[in-house]
Design a protein around this ligand. Structure first.
Ligand code: G6P
Length: 363
């Protein structure tokens, strides 16, 4: 077991550190630089892509959060509206012709996702899976599969496969956008060029681990954590909170930053930690100030040199600069490390949290 962990105390920490590689592998051979396009077989012909009306995404848990990110990305790159449904709540009657169904499942074996997918298929729509496991059950149901190439994930709480899913969705959004002429070649090139830099940028976030461990230590006695973000970082707030619940067993709420004032602010008292993902727009600064004014402590993940964030709080983890959409990945890595070190300090069973399973094969 120790040998398999490659010198890391837990598989989760090893897998967090494997993320630069997982991204590199998931991108490998799929970028066509000249055309600013992506090579992916979607099981759709050109006409089918051009006449698509919408994308419907089904998933559970962490994979659901990946799907939520596409809800922000696809309308911008491909002009396609997206709805995302937790698989166990999926109502297949909503599906109309012209819908591309996308099921996201790391394991490819989650019963809720497989059942929802089978129901949805009866509407006669085309379907696509995003999974990490070659030949898994999900791949037998769909018309085409995009594999994330993260290698096996052992830690129950998903880390590298989530980042792999985000990268697969970035590629899909760009492919759809180029095929529908919604993205120009130079726009595709710009996005892909920046996407190729991600492995190095993730590495830079990993190098902030000591600072993040100190923050984890400082707030390890907290009885609640908040995670806030706007736009493309709202799903990351949900994912950050989920990681904190899953492995550290600290109650945690992920919230759209603008919604704080509509309720959860009542729970913020002296010293309550609020993680703010601040790499996507200015509006979050006022939410960070609202928290400070109530005595809450803001842990900001912000772009290097962000003076405004540094004026609001002393606790800033600086992330390398990139496009806001890709900063979602960098914020994710920061949140994973924060949850990991909190759980480690609290002596939790990190790779096998109580009551949870890696893959849930019952509905
Ligand atoms: C379980 C795991 C989660 C995972 C979810 C969906 O609940 O504990 O980490 O996100 O299943 O898994 P999938 O394999 O479908 O992505």
């Amino acid at each position: 077991d120790a040998a398999e962990r490659g010198g890391y105390p837990h598989f989760m920490l090893k897998e967090i550190h494997e993320q630069p590689r997982a991204v590199q592998e998931t991108l490998a051979g799929r970028i066509s630089e000249m055309e600013g396009d992506v090579r992916l077989d979607l099981g759709l012909n050109q006409w089918e892509i051009q006449t698509l009306q919408r994308v419907s995404i089904l998933a559970c848990g962490t994979s659901y959060h990946a799907g939520l990110l596409a809800r922000y990305f696809f309308p911008r790159t491909a002009g396609l509206p997206v709805d995302v449904e937790v698989a166990s709540e999926f109502q297949h009657m909503q599906l109309r012709p012209g819908t591309l169904l996308v099921a996201i499942s790391q394991s490819g074996e989650t019963a809720d996702t497989l059942m929802a997918l089978k129901k949805a298929k009866t509407c006669g729509v085309k379907s696509l899976a995003i999974t990490n496991v070659v030949g898994s059950s999900i791949t037998e149901i769909v018309d085409a599969t995009i594999y994330t190439r993260c290698g096996p994930e052992i830690g129950v709480a998903a880390t590298k496969t989530f980042v792999g899913q985000l990268v697969a969705l970035f590629l899909l959004g760009i492919r759809l956008g180029r095929a529908r002429n919604h993205l120009l070649p130079e726009q595709g090139r710009r996005l892909l060029g920046e996407l190729s830099r991600l492995p190095g940028l993730i590495q830079a976030v990993l190098e902030r681990r000591d600072q993040i461990r100190e923050i984890a230590q400082r707030f390890s006695g907290a009885d609640i954590y908040f995670f806030i973000g706007r736009d493309i970082l709202y799903p990351i707030a949900l994912e950050g909170a989920l990681k904190m619940k899953e492995i550290a067993y600290i109650p945690a709420e992920g919230y759209p930053a603008g919604e704080l004032k509509h309720g959860p602010l009542a729970l913020i008292t002296e010293g309550t930690p609020v993680v703010a993902f601040a790499t996507c727009g200015e509006k979050i600064y006022s939410n960070m100030k609202e928290v400070r004014a109530r005595g809450g402590e803001v842990i900001a993940f912000a772009a290097e040199g962000d003076r405004e964030a540094a004026e609001i709080t002393d606790t800033v983890v600086e992330l390398p600069n990139t496009l806001p959409v890709f900063s979602a990945v960098l914020c994710t890595v920061g949140a994973q490390l924060l949850a990991y070190y909190t759980a480690q300090i609290l002596g939790r069973d990190i790779d096998k949290p109580r009551n949870l399973a890696k893959s849930v094969t019952v509905e």
